[in-house]
Design a protein around this ligand. Sequence first.
Ligand code: PEP
Ligand code: MN
Length: 274
Amino acid sequence: MSSADRRTLHIAGAEIGGGSFALIAGPCTVESRAQTLATARAVRDAGATMFRGGAYKPRTSPYSFQGLGQEGLRLLAEARAQTGLPIVTECMDLRDLEPVLEVADVVQIGARNMQNYALLTEVGRAGRPVLLKRGLSSTLEELLMAAEYVLKEGNEAVVLCERGIRTFETSYRFTLDLAAVPVLKERTQLPVIVDPSHAAGRRELVGPLSLAAAAVGADGIMVEVHPAPEHAVCDGRQSLATAGLPDYVRRLAAAAALAGNTLAPWRPEVAAVA
Ligand code: PEP
Ligand code: MN
């Protein structure tokens, strides 16, 4: 299928798919007002097209920081007001969907919830764009069927995200399955993006994996960044420092161009009328 046939999603001034490459960047979690706003400004200035950040965090240990919840959503709304960037944030629980929808331009369904069919059905009904992450041990067929739960409700704005799967290899946090990108594109017109951060688990690998993902034809990247990764509350080891973003974005745009995609700048004039 030619890229002209592919579906382009328009999300509050940002474009994804059909030749438009999206860069979704931001912290793993919203920690504080200063950290959130500094990161949002840095990613906007570097050319990111959307801002990510979790207010509700799926943590392996129940004793780890679980996210700021409603206060985190409020900070994300402030980041949007200050930068204009569309917000991508995770909803883990049906009970939080209403407040999440007040802020999220894109509702993220995390890897651990990929097969939470009740949640998928409700975000389908909500009609808001959905970023659906592949489960840790899910096949591509299972990912596509999970997406169907959203599509079936009449919500066609679904972005699929490869974020690494569990294999026997222990040298990195997960194994980034780059073949998933062209294979998913054979089977669906939905945009397919890659999250190199959770796959890698350490920042040294994030640059190379991002370039590879862009060159293999991903429609975008979702990457974790922090102004001071060594002090991050969550996933600092895999977060890029905001200071390095301009160089990262320049190289990423060149890799995306190899696959015929353009890192489309976020367009405030479109957001204003959206
Ligand atoms: C995230 O993107 O914040 C996240 C928790 O990722 P995943 O669901 O892929 O583990
Ligand atoms: Mn994270």
